[in-house]
Design a protein around this ligand. Structure first.
Ligand SMILES: C[S@@+](CC[C@H](N)C(=O)[O-])C[C@H]1O[C@@H](n2cnc3c(N)ncnc32)[C@H](O)[C@@H]1O
Length: 196
C-alpha cells in the first residue's frame, strides 16, 4: 500500500504537509490552519484501517483531506470505502479539491456538516478516526462505541499533545469494559480502541 502511492497522491500529500508546516510557523489563526496528522500517523491509521472487519469506515474531522488520503490507500486494499465529516465549508472545499486531484472520489464520501447531526445515518462501524475539536471527543465516542462491530477499531488523535484536555476522557476509555484500549506514542499520541 505505501510503496504504491501514485505520483498525484505523493504530490498532494507533500503540498499539504508543506502548507500545514507553514500554518504552524507563521501564526495562521487556529480555525484556518489545516492541523493535520503527522505522516507516521497516516501510515499508522492506514495499517489499522486496512485490517478491520467488514463495516463502515468513518472519519470525524477532514480538514483538507490529508488523513483521508492515507485512509483511501487502506480502502484500496480492503475494498471498503470511507465517509469523512467536515463541519467548516472552507475546509470541505479544500478536501474536495484534494480528493478530485488524487482520484479517490470512488472510495471517499465527504459529508459537509457536524458528525453528531449525521451519526444516525451510519451503523455497524468497523473503523473510526476521530480528529475533531477535543471538546466533542467524548460525545462522539459515546455515540460510536455502541455502533462498533466486534473487532472494530477507533483511533483518536492528540492523546499526548492534548493530554491535559483529554485526561478524564482517556481515563474513562481505558477503563471501559466494551473496548481494549491503549495510547500509542506515534505522532501526537494515538488512542487506539478495539471493540470487544
Ligand atoms: C485537526 S483537524 C483534522 C485534520 C485531518 N484529520 C488531517 O489530519 O488531515 C480537525 C477538523 O475537524 C473539524 N471538525 C471539528 N468538529 C467537527 C464535527 N463535530 N464534525 C465534523 N468536523 C468537525 C474542524 O473543522 C477541523 O477541520
Amino acid at each position: 500500500m505505501f510503496n504504491d502511492l501514485s505520483a498525484d497522491v505523493l504530490e498532494v500529500m507533500h503540498e499539504l504537509e508543506a502548507r500545514d508546516k507553514r500554518d504552524r510557523d507563521d501564526g495562521t489563526p487556529h480555525l484556518e490552519r489545516l492541523r493535520q496528522i503527522t505522516p507516521d500517523t497516516g501510515r499508522f491509521i492506514a495499517l489499522w484501517a486496512a485490517s478491520v472487519p467488514a463495516g463502515a469506515m468513518i472519519e470525524i474531522g477532514t480538514s483538507a483531506g490529508y488523513s483521508a488520503l492515507w485512509l483511501a490507500q487502506a480502502c484500496r486494499v480492503s475494498g471498503q470505502s470511507l465517509t469523512t465529516f467536515e463541519i467548516l465549508p472552507e475546509k470541505a472545499r479544500l478536501a474536495r479539491e484534494t480528493f478530485d486531484r488524487t482520484g479517490v472520489t470512488d472510495v471517499i464520501r465527504l459529508v459537509e456538516g457536524d458528525y453528531l447531526d449525521h451519526a444516525d445515518e451510519i451503523r455497524e462501524v468497523a473503523f473510526c478516526f476521530l480528529d475533531a475539536e477535543k471538546d466533542v471527543y467524548e460525545s462522539c465516542y459515546d455515540v460510536i462505541v455502541p455502533k462498533m462491530v466486534p473487532g472494530a477499531i477507533l483511533v483518536a488523535d492528540n492523546a499526548t499533545s492534548h493530554r491535559e484536555h483529554l485526561q478524564s476522557f482517556l481515563e474513562r476509555v481505558l477503563a471501559d469494559d466494551r473496548v481494549d484500549a491503549m495510547v500509542a506514542t506515534v505522532g501526537k499520541g494515538e488512542l487506539v480502541c478495539r471493540r470487544r
